[in-house]
Design a protein around this ligand. Structure first.
Ligand code: UDP
Length: 391
């Protein structure tokens, strides 16, 4: 029996770049996606480039929220394959939207993840997590090391939730978790240290991702599941072919919106806040190439498949760019004027998030290779050749 790697959300932005790389390495892939954010055209591209379904990849259109459908899909793949690892991208990802629609985010990101864990025994799993786990860190803690979380907790900076005004209080999120997860599977209970960690994120999206990190630790204790939680900073850019790229509906991310403004697809780029405590007043983020992310997911999965221990790592570049610096980089790459409009702060946005990514370098030997110009150029190749995305 041949092995196969399951990629949930494999028709989405980061997922499709990981799947492409796996297929290039002649690794068979099982793409599980409900196409709510993923694209049929990505699957068509894979088919055309790497061969029909059965030869290179299996696609099943289903939702992690459908427990029975999920189990059936896994059983059907297992008839002919051995699932050697899972890379899980199935999640809702827009910070602003998570503040408005917390139940949607909780359901997809937490209940869907519960179902995936319970349906896949102890198969090694790589989980996309996020820099939003660090909440709104102090300047002295940037660049952020993974070890800053226990330090933050020990300093008692987080004796209550930091959740910014959302349409639900923090306590309700914990009630939902207790009802949907702990009451069904008591080993997922939250202890004092877990609750302290959950107090750090400033938005609902971040809370749901930290819940998943905590669930992974509990599942390892209960079922011996090896895992990697990868905290991405800001994923951006595209495959150098320009054939796949970022296409969210609606688009909320900075790099694609800046390039859409360069193309005249949107009237201007709205800068959310110029009164932050940064050199030009706009927020600082650590932009990491989706190609670097694709590389490291495969390295991380191989590490746990081969018996390495579970880990949590930052994925970033150790460098931060302000919103205005991204706009300048895009002007340089595109040679076009980019109209800018200043506006107020966006709810839930921390001032600065920059990774100290030295731990993964030390332990797995991985380091991001691509800089901001390469990120913006690759994104431009995709957007300028697909002005309406996959449509
Ligand atoms: N941003 C902005 N205008 C936009 C979209 C984003 O000024 O139209 C800013 C946002 O406030 C943040 C940074 O760009 O400081 C990156 O935002 P994005 O949504 O791309 O990623 P996030 O950091 O929220 O994951």
């Amino acid at each position: 029996m041949n092995d196969i790697i399951m990629v949930t959300g494999g028709a989405g932005y980061i997922g499709s770049h990981v799947v492409k790389l796996l297929l290039e390495k002649k690794q068979k892939v099982f793409i599980f996606d409900n196409l709510s954010a993923g694209h049929n055209q990505v699957l068509e591209f894979f088919k055309k480039t790497y061969g029909a379904d059965a030869d290179s990849f299996i696609f099943i259109n289903a939702d992690t929220l459908d427990e029975e459908g999920l189990r059936k899909a896994i059983d059907s793949v297992r008839k002919n394959h051995w699932i050697s690892g899972i890379i899980d991208f199935a999640a809702k990802i827009a910070v602003g939207e998570s503040q408005q629609k917390p139940l949607d985010y909780f359901t997809t990101n937490v209940v869907g993840f519960r179902n995936l864990l319970m349906a896949t025994d102890h198969i090694p799993l790589v989980k996309s997590s996020t820099a939003a786990a660090y909440g709104s860190p102090l300047e002295e803690d940037i660049p952020l090391k993974e070890s800053v979380i226990p330090k933050m907790i020990a300093a008692k900076r987080y004796d209550r939730s930091q959740l910014l005004p959302a349409s639900v209080p923090f306590e309700t999120l914990i009630e939902w978790y207790t009802k949907e997860v702990v009451e069904k599977y008591p080993f997922f209970y939250l202890d004092k240290a877990d609750l302290e960690f959950l107090h750090i994120p400033v938005n609902v999206y971040g809370v749901t991702k930290v819940i998943c990190e905590i669930m992974l630790k509990k599942h390892e204790k209960e079922a011996g599941r090896k895992h990697m939680a990868l905290r991405y900073f800001n994923a951006a850019g595209a495959d150098p072919s320009g054939l796949i790229g970022e296409d969210h509906i609606p688009e909320t991310h900075l790099v694609p919106l800046v390039l859409k403004a360069a193309m005249g697809k949107v009237k201007c780029i709205t800068v959310f806040g110029d009164d932050y405590d940064t050199p030009d007043g706009t927020c600082i983020r650590d932009y990491i190439s989706v190609m670097d992310l694709a590389d490291v997911h495969i390295i991380a999965l191989n590490y746990i498949i081969k018996g390495g221990g579970s880990r949590t790592y930052n994925l970033g570049t150790n460098n931060g760019q302000t919103v205005m610096q991204i706009i300048e980089a895009a002007k340089k790459v595109t040679g076009r004027n980019i109209p800018v409009e200043m506006s107020g702060r966006r709810e839930g946005d921390p001032t600065a998030l920059v990774a100290d990514a030295s731990l993964i370098k030390k332990e797995l030997g991985w380091k991001a290779k691509r800089g901001i110009d390469e990120i913006v150029s690759s994104a431009w190749k995709w957007h300028s050749s697909h002005p309406d995305g996959y449509k």
